[in-house]
Design a protein around this ligand. Sequence first.
Ligand SMILES: [Mg+2]
Length: 79
Amino acid sequence: MTRQKIYDLINAERDRQNELHPENKHTPMEWAAILSEECGEAVRELNRLQDNEAGADINKAIAELIQTAAVCVRILEGG
Ligand SMILES: [Mg+2]
């Protein structure tokens, strides 16, 4: 996947998150919890791939990694 494609996916996910939660304002600690949840989901999907678990899917891992990156962007935009 190209870097531009990755950035496009992150940008699309940011738009989706804004549509879902347009007014979200969180404290730094709340953002830490949200980011940890997304990161944990990404790690779970990567572990499933590593262990060749039934239902493991690279697209699920990609989706969770993109969601994690989008939360990072949201925090950098000012929470
Ligand atoms: Mg997720």
